[in-house]
Write a protein that binds this ligand. Sequence first.
Ligand SMILES: Nc1ncnc2c1ncn2[C@@H]1O[C@H](COP(=O)(O)OP(=O)(O)O)[C@@H](O)[C@H]1O
Ligand SMILES: [Mg+2]
Length: 253
Amino acid sequence: MSGPLLSARGLRLAFGGVKAADGIDLDVMPGEFLAIIGPNGAGKTTFINMTTGYLKPQGGSIAYDGEPILGLAPRAIVRRGIGRSFQLPQLFAEHTVLENAALAIAARSGLWSPLTPLLRPAWRAEAMAVLERFGLAPLAEARADALNEGARKLADIAMAVALQPRLILMDEPTSGVAAAEKMSVVETLVRVLREAKVTAVFVEHDMEVVERFADRVAVWNQGRIAALGPPQQVLNDPAVLRDVIGIEPAHHA
Ligand SMILES: Nc1ncnc2c1ncn2[C@@H]1O[C@H](COP(=O)(O)OP(=O)(O)O)[C@@H](O)[C@H]1O
Ligand SMILES: [Mg+2]
């Protein structure tokens, strides 16, 4: 039996009086899709930032594939095999989708410069192959700032996948995506990540998405994990319904 791919222990980080992480313990198993839910300000993004090197916790440890990664810079963590996507997609607005993907691949190769990726056919070919997996090939020549929100989210995740991670952390991959296209966006990204055997942690506010696509759910509240388990268990927990999802359990109906 293999151990956890990601293992966080006792993570603590306070901003002034706000405890954004107040003793976070979490194991993410290889191959699983773990959803993080919880109210605004609970510390969900802080957890992703600590895991990807953007924030340094004041206490605790994080191991990836059995090796400590705390204190490594974001680029070094990417090189270890951890990718991320952002709540607000980080694309070069004036470049095409294909150029953005080629830039990501060039960055992986460590040969980034503003012009080289546009000149290297191998990077463009690999970039095109990644876009095809996400159904984005028809938009390859579109400027990033011309995409709708669903395509922008997918393109941002495609950039992370182009770096060939084994683990990806996605911060609200469906936020801002129109209701009509939300499920197809999630279906696409789940299909690509499952095909590539990428383990996923994703912050999500849509409980239907969580129920359909998460193997486990972690409930964040005030810098702590308030509940952790399979969706059908966690999403039916009266305390979670009341404190996190904001609906009274139906016993009085
Ligand atoms: N860089 C920062 N500086 C100061 N306060 C921060 C910073 N990052 C997060 N916080 C605070 O930490 C708490 C948790 O934030 P965050 O992790 O973004 O929550 P969530 O993603 O769950 O909405 C919030 O009170 C937020 O204002
Ligand atoms: Mg957040």
